[in-house]
Design a protein around this ligand. Structure first.
Ligand SMILES: Nc1ncnc2c1ncn2[C@@H]1O[C@H](COP(=O)(O)OP(=O)(O)OP(=O)(O)O)[C@@H](O)[C@H]1O
Ligand SMILES: [Mg+2]
Length: 343
C-alpha cells in the first residue's frame, strides 16, 4: 500500500547539505495504523511528505498503491494525491473561511457540484461531531475542534490513506485521546490506512498496530507495537518505551531482592502475552496452598495482550513451591528466583 524502498532525502547542497533520510525501507499494509516515532530532526516529516509528493526523494522509491511516485507525471501524481489525506500539527485551517468552507475546500478545487459538496461536508461534520459549527470560524474553536475540522477536510475526497504529522502534538492529553479515538474510528469504519508521525510513545501505544523507530534519518527498529514494547532492541526504542511503561522496581523491593540470606524465596514473573497476574496468583495459592506475597506488580495491556512483571514471595513447604514452579512454567510463563528473604 505504501512502500519506501531505500529512500534517501538530501536537502541543500555543498557545505549546508543535510541528509534527512538515509536509505529508509518500510512497508505500510492496507488497513494498518502505522506509527513512526523519533526525536526532533530524525526525518519523520521528510518521510511522510514523500508519500504525498510534498517532497521528492533524492534516491530510492516511494510506491503508493502500486504506483512508483518517482516515475509519474504531475497529472498522474495529482490523481494519486486525491486518494491521500493529510492532517497537520497546527491544523492549517483558513481563518478567513467558515468551518464549512474549510472542509469543502478540497472538493471545490476538484470542481465537485455544489449539492454534492454540501452533502459530503454535512456528512463529515456529523462524523467528527461538529455539525453545529458549520458556520463558525476556526478562531472560535478549541484546538481539539480545529483538529476535527482538519481531519474532516482530509477525508473530503474519500482518500484511502490518511497521513498524520504530529496531529495531536499541540493538544492536551485528554483531547489527544479523543482525536486518537476518532482516527481509530476512521480506520475501522472507512478502512482507511493511517500513517502517523509522532514523538510520543503514548500515541503509538494507544492506536498503532505497527511502529518504526527513526534516528538520524535511519529506520533503526520496526515491529508490531507489542513486539517493540515488550522487547525493544535498541537503546532509543528502550528509552521511548520507558516513557510510557514504568517497570523499574522500587528501591525497597530491590533491597529485598538483594538479600540472599533468608528462607522465603522471591521470584520475578514475566507476563508477556500470557495470563495476567491476579488470576495466576489466586490460582496458585488455592491450588497449592501457598501463601503468596506480591511485593511489586506492573501489568499493563498492549493491543489486548497482558504485559508486565511481578515480584512475589512464596511462603510454603519446598514441595509446595516446587509444584507451583512446575505449574507456572507449564503455562509458559517465565519465572525466576531473584532472592531469599528472611523473616
Ligand atoms: N526544507 C528543508 N530544507 C533543509 N533542511 C531541512 C528541510 N526540512 C527538513 N530539513 C532538515 O532535515 C532534517 C530532518 O527534518 P524533519 O523535519 O524531517 O525531522 P522531524 O523528525 O520531522 O523533526 P520534528 O520532530 O522536529 O518535526 C533536520 O535536520 C531538518 O533540519
Ligand atoms: Mg516533523
Amino acid at each position: 500500500m505504501i512502500k519506501f524502498q531505500n529512500v534517501t532525502k538530501i536537502y541543500g547542497g555543498g557545505q549546508g547539505q543535510v541528509k534527512a533520510l538515509d536509505g529508509v525501507s518500510l512497508e505500510v499494509k492496507k488497513g494498518e495504523i502505522y506509527g513512526v516515532i523519533g526525536f526532533s530532526g530524525a526525518g519523520k516529516s521528510s518521510l511522510i511528505r514523500c508519500v504525498n509528493n510534498l517532497e521528492r526523494p533524492s534516491a530510492g522509491k516511494v510506491i503508493v498503491d502500486g504506483h512508483d511516485l518517482t516515475g509519474l507525471t504531475p497529472k498522474q501524481i495529482r490523481s494519486i494525491k486525491k486518494g491521500i489525506g493529510m492532517v497537520f500539527q497546527h491544523f492549517n485551517l483558513l481563518n478567513s473561511k467558515t468551518v464549512f468552507a474549510n472542509v469543502a475546500m478540497p472538493l471545490k478545487l476538484l470542481k465537485v457540484p455544489k449539492e454534492q459538496i454540501k452533502a459530503r461536508v454535512d456528512e463529515l461534520l456529523d462524523f467528527v461531531g461538529l455539525s453545529d459549527k458549520a458556520a463558525a470560524y476556526p478562531d472560535q474553536l478549541s484546538g481539539g475542534q480545529k483538529q476535527r475540522i482538519g481531519i474532516a477536510r482530509a477525508l473530503a475526497t474519500q482518500p484511502s490513506i490518511l497521513l498524520c504529522d504530529e496531529a495531536t502534538s499541540a493538544l492536551d492529553p485528554q483531547t489527544t485521546s479523543s482525536i486518537l479515538q476518532l482516527l481509530k474510528r476512521i480506520n475501522k469504519e472507512y478502512g482507511i490506512t493511517i500513517l502517523i508521525i509522532t514523538h510520543e510513545m503514548a500515541v503509538i501505544r494507544e492506536i498503532c498496530d505497527k511502529v518504526a523507530v527513526m534516528e538520524k534519518g535511519r529506520m533503526i527498529e520496526e515491529g508490531t507495537v507489542f513486539e517493540v514494547f515488550s522487547s525493544p532492541k535498541t537503546e532509543t526504542a528502550r528509552n521511548f518505551v520507558g516513557t510510557v511503561i514504568h517497570d523499574h522496581i522500587p528501591a525497597h523491593v530491590h533491597e529485598l531482592t538483594e538479600d540472599r540470606s533468608g528462607s522465603h524465596p522471591i521470584y520475578k514473573i514475566n507476563f508477556i502475552g500470557k495470563s495476567t497476574g491476579q488470576p495466576l496468583i489466586s490460582d496458585i495459592s488455592k491450588r497449592f496452598g501457598l501463601d503468596v506475597n506480591v511485593l511489586f506488580g506492573n501489568i499493563t495491556e498492549l493491543q489486548g495482550t497482558p504485559f508486565g512483571n511481578m515480584i512475589v514471595e512464596f511462603r510454603g513447604t519446598d514441595t509446595e513451591i516446587q509444584k507451583t514452579l512446575a505449574y507456572i512454567r507449564e503455562k509458559e510463563i517465565k519465572i525466576k528466583e531473584v532472592a531469599r528473604h528472611a523473616g
